[in-house]
Design a protein around this ligand. Structure first.
Ligand code: NAD
Ligand code: UDP
Length: 321
């Protein structure tokens, strides 16, 4: 098949391109490099089944493309307002790609008769009042707070996808992705990459708030398998939570990273950002039952892989000098 991946030069998108090529497909990666990097897809330059187009999907797809499937992953994804690649620093780009971009891509998918997948987020549950979160929980989200540019535009992206399914015959499905980490993560301020890079440089761990808030971390290869399963086996109009249900506090994460790196980093407490969710954990019963998918890689194993990757990256940079 010919498959379009929007956001294909980003963290998840570049791993997804690798996976789809491995499965024998032709892949067209569309990315405007807003938060992604050509470095992530450099190894695919010579692959004749792979094509990269630098393009802003707020305008849909470039003229003349045909595809059997469209994975829509393009969007900034980090909330960290200290970082220029975060959605809080890119509010208008974030709102546009998840609303106008999703709309255009749904139109195109209907015209092409292509299957469509929208990458939504656990953020649609906001600061959840139900725990763990199931797909039928409607969320506790601010419409005006700093995270709303992402949360509400992802919610609207889900609404757009669902309306196209209901009224225009789109073969579309939605995945709600929970915190994912692994090699090629961009240094966009998300907690795993912040802590691992801090530890490798023996700098302190910036812990926001008291560090007792929880997250559930999924390794990237598990997530990509889940996304592909949702496209292949997921039904039209359905929503699937994808994530690893093992839940940790942010202080637990700092401790684990410290142990695995052998660093001397200490915790440095900083103010908790507004609307930071206090707890988050996916109920993945539906994905297990309907997609036959569940994550395999535990946090410790995944962190080791990320640490090894970053060390080899450092070595590569050193060798190039
Ligand atoms: P990322 O920032 O690494 O990748 C996003 C990619 O989209 C980047 O390469 C960026 O340049 C591209 N992009 C942004 N706007 C674009 C536009 N208008 N046109 C073309 N390309 C554009 O982030 P990621 O972690 O890989 O996230 C991928 C998707 O998964 C996002 O939609 C994100 O909301 C969703 N998601 C990710 C996580 C996670 O933990 N990684 C969690 C929940 C949801
Ligand atoms: N966090 C932190 N220090 C950092 C970055 C994040 O303590 O340097 C916390 C943040 O407040 C949140 C959790 O870690 O409670 C996860 O943050 P991340 O930005 O990875 O994503 P989120 O799950 O909030 O979207």
């Amino acid at each position: 098949m010919t498959i379009v991946v929007t956001g294909g030069a980003g963290f998840l998108g570049s791993h997804l391109c690798d996976k789809l090529l491995e499965l024998g497909h032709e892949v067209i990666c569309i990315d405007n490099l807003l938060t992604g990097s050509e470095e992530n897809i450099k190894h695919l330059e010579e692959n004749t089944n792979f094509k990269f187009i630098n393009y802003d999907v707020v305008n849909g797809l470039p003229e003349g493309l045909e595809a059997d499937q469209i994975y829509h992953l393009a969007s900034p994804a980090s909330p960290n307002h200290h970082n220029p690649k975060s959605y809080t620093s890119l509010p208008f780009e974030t709102m546009q790609v998840n609303s106008l971009g999703t709309w255009q891509l749904c139109e195109t998918a209907v015209k092409m008769g292509a299957k469509f997948l929208f990458s939504s987020t656990s953020e649609v549950y906001g600061d959840p009042l139900e725990h763990p979160q199931k797909e039928d929980y409607r969320g506790n989200v601010s419409t005006t707070g700093p995270r709303s540019v992402y949360d509400e535009s992802k919610r609207f992206g889900e609404t757009i996808t669902s309306a196209f399914v209901r009224s225009k015959g789109l073969d579309g499905r939605i995945v709600r992705i929970f915190n994912t980490y692994g090699p090629k993560m961009s240094e966009d301020g998300r907690v795993v990459i912040e802590f691992v890079t801090a530890a490798l440089n023996n700098k302190s761990f910036p812990v926001f708030g008291d560090g007792k808030q929880t997250r559930s971390f999924c390794f990237v290869s598990d997530m990509v398998d889940g996304i592909v399963a949702a496209m292949e086996k997921g039904l039209k109009g359905e929503i699937y939570n994808l994530g690893n249900p093992d839940e940790f506090t942010i202080l637990d994460l700092a401790e684990k990273v410290k142990q695995l790196t052998g660093s001397t980093s200490a915790v440095e407490y900083q103010p908790l950002p507004e609307d930071d969710p206090k707890q988050r954990c996916p109920d993945i019963g539906k994905a297990k039952q309907k997609l036959g998918w569940e994550p395999k890689i535990e946090l410790e194993e995944g962190l080791k892989k990320l640490i090894d990757y970053l060390k080899s990256k450092e070595a590569e940079v050193f060798l190039k000098k």
